[in-house]
Design a protein around this ligand. Structure first.
Ligand code: DX5
Ligand code: ZN
Length: 218
């Protein structure tokens, strides 16, 4: 299976989002990754529903929404209305994670659980068969263009083992510092979906850049 790619809109040109969404539409990207920040869960604020609605209407790829906010459970219905395919919530932001996963499914979306770099994969042991994806942060969330945290490779290997041992069908997605050097290491370690922001959008040929990431094989 080819590697899946979910370009992160955070590094797009916000004065001309339309051109960047058009680029995504004609590329081989599998999904579009949307980063929502609240200035509380992470020390930054990005964009919210009005922007995502506009982008969602124009984008032909499934939306992979990454909430870096407290109380993501308050926005499940609104995210479903957007037509999102995947709703990713942070483990660290959800007191009743199991209930939140059930509510995301009941709203008709796939459920992803995201782990900060300091959160071990073992905390997911009792929900791993209930989730559609685990999103491993390979930088501390909040900003694009940060340096990849090397420990992520071992973390992905541990998660791959947990998924295989439990018979879970969860995909593994990695987000942060994904570029030409780190992407092959991640795919070899067992990653299914690569999120990449600055590496794709700052490239002179983002369509070829996405294609190259997709060619990576385990
Ligand atoms: C960071 C976001 C990422 C970000 C990745 O908190 O979750 O999706 O856009 O950016 P790069 O690929 O530049 O590290
Ligand atoms: Zn993200």
């Amino acid at each position: 299976m080819k590697t899946m790619v979910s370009p992160s809109l955070l590094s797009a040109n916000f004065i001309d989002l339309k051109s960047d969404v058009e680029m995504i539409n004609r590329s081989e990207a599998d999904w579009l990754h949307l980063d929502v920040m609240d200035g509380v869960f992470v020390p930054n604020i990005s964009f919210g529903f009005p922007v995502m609605e506009a982008v969602g209407k124009y984008c032909t790829k499934p939306l992979d929404v990454h909430f870096m906010i407290v109380h993501p459970e308050h926005y499940i219905e609104q995210t479903a209305k957007l037509g999102a395919m995947m709703m990713n919530v942070h483990y660290e932001a959800c007191i009743h994670l199991h209930r939140t996963i059930q509510q995301i499914h009941a709203a008709g979306m796939k459920a992803g659980v995201t782990l900060n770099p300091s959160t071990p994969v073992g905390v997911l042991e009792d929900v791993i068969r209930d989730v559609d994806m685990v999103l491993i942060m390979s930088v501390n969330p909040g900003f694009g263009g940060q340096k990849f945290i090397e420990n992520t490779i071992r973390k992905v290997q541990r998660l791959r083992k947990l998924i295989d041992e439990t018979g879970s069908h969860a995909l593994i997605e990695v987000d942060g510092g994904v570029q030409a050097e780190t992407a092959p290491l991640l795919v070899r370690a067992g990653v299914d979906v690569l999120v990449s922001g600055s590496y794709i959008f700052k490239n002179i040929d983002p369509v070829s850049c996405i294609k190259a990431l997709k060619e990576l094989k385990r």
